[in-house]
Design a protein around this ligand. Structure first.
Ligand code: NDP
Length: 346
């Protein structure tokens, strides 16, 4: 058994706040394993917008907090209670996970949230794909109800015969890049939005057939033009406050509005009577509700890795920052300077 130190480096949030709240520490106690847990020596940590919500306090967690929701690395220890149920989780095996407390050298992970990595999926790929990839995949299938490509029911719950119109905000971002690729693969006609000329090109490279520069063009007007006045059948909106009102205008009759993030701030309370004007379905899904069972988690993760290995989903890594420089990573993410995935190297 590899020797495990008593203390480790990591990022601690002692008080909520700006990026200065992310404190680099070198004397954090290495977690002791409880029933059902494995200890992972993290190699790569994925940065997600949700990490900024836990930093600022928009989402609450007890302090002091080691935040971070996904990472991949090598299993350093396994609690004896784990082995019978999860035989693939062996000491020394590479593993990825979507679970708490990833911004550190070591993380104690509930075994059911860890995935032994198949051959050909590196720890870097796993940390770059798990949370955002599972979000995009489950939202396309379960929130929008689009069936797997080639499936006889591929018209899905959107109720349109073929080629539903989809609008994806921040289509050059982490989740947005993956949503665009998956929607195109599911036969949708995809309009992306992106906040600069460079990002417009990235969103196009992701497969969006039309991309609107959200800082220089009127998104609602362009969506109406592109769809011949119809509007879009489904909207994926991780931007939130700044785009919600426009979404109500851009959506088609009987459309599905999937609001799933707060990059510009949370959407204020909504008067549901407004949905009646076009019989809009409004959703506010959270990934964890779609991967709550072991079966859901395993099957979606296996499919995601297959899509990546087959080259059907491409990952774009914006940059790999040292864990110590996580404040810069958060600044860049919140400052709309990143495209694709932001990673930390432990
Ligand atoms: P992104 O890489 O998409 O970064 C956010 C992007 O939002 C920016 O690059 C920017 O793109 C756009 N944006 C528009 N307005 C603002 C603003 N005022 N401030 C900051 N960014 C803005 O991040 P992620 O892929 O990590 O996450 C995207 C969204 O998805 C987040 O809201 C996140 O919380 C949500 N999410 C929700 C999940 C769930 O389960 N509900 C799971 C995973 C993510 P541009 O400049 O092109 O407009």
């Amino acid at each position: 058994m590899a020797s495990i130190p008593k203390t480790m480096s990591g990022i601690l949030i002692e008080e909520n706040g700006g990026v200065e709240a992310l404190k680099w520490k070198t004397d954090i106690a290495v977690p002791e394993l409880k029933d059902g847990e494995i200890l992972v020596r993290n190699e790569y940590v994925g940065v997600n917008y949700i990490d900024t919500y836990f930093r600022t306090g928009l989402y609450k967690a007890p302090l002091p907090l080691i935040t971070g929701k996904e990472a991949a690395g090598i299993i350093a220890a396994v609690h004896p209670s784990v082995t019978a149920t999860f035989p693939a989780l062996k000491e020394g095996a590479p593993v990825g996970y979507v679970a708490d407390h990833a911004y550190a050298e070591y993380t104690a992970v509930p075994a059911e949230k860890a995935q032994a990595l198949p051959e050909g999926v590196s720890t870097e790929t796993a940390a770059a794909s798990l949370l955002q990839g599972l979000t995009a995949l489950t939202f396309v299938r379960e929130a929008a109800g689009l069936a797997r490509p080639g499936h006889p029911e591929s018209q899905g719950k959107l109720g349109v015969s073929e080629g539903p119109w989809a609008l994806v905000h921040a289509a050059a971002g982490g989740v947005g890049s993956l949503l665009v690729q998956l929607l195109v693969a599911h036969g949708a006609r995809v309009i992306g939005t992106a906040g600069s000329a460079e990002k417009v090109e990235i969103a196009k490279a992701n497969g969006a057939q039309w991309v609107v520069d959200s800082r220089n063009e009127d998104v609602v007007k362009r969506v109406k033009e592109i769809t011949g006045g119809n509007g879009v059948d489904v909207i994926f909106d991780g931007v939130g406050k700044a785009t919600f009102e426009g979404d109500l205008e851009s959506i088609a009759r009987k459309g599905t509005l999937v609001v799933f993030g707060n990059a510009s701030g949370p959407v204020p309370p909504v008067d549901v009577l407004r949905l009646g004007a076009k019989n809009i379905k409004l959703m506010r899904p959270v990934l964890f509700g779609y991967i709550a069972t072991q079966e859901e988690r395993n099957s979606y993760t296996a499919e995601l890795f297959e899509l990546i290995q087959a080259g059907k989903v491409n990952l774009k890594i914006h940059d790999v920052y040292p864990l110590k420089d996580v404040a810069r990573a958060h600044s860049d993410l919140e400052g709309r300077k990143t495209t694709g995935k932001v990673l930390l190297k432990v």
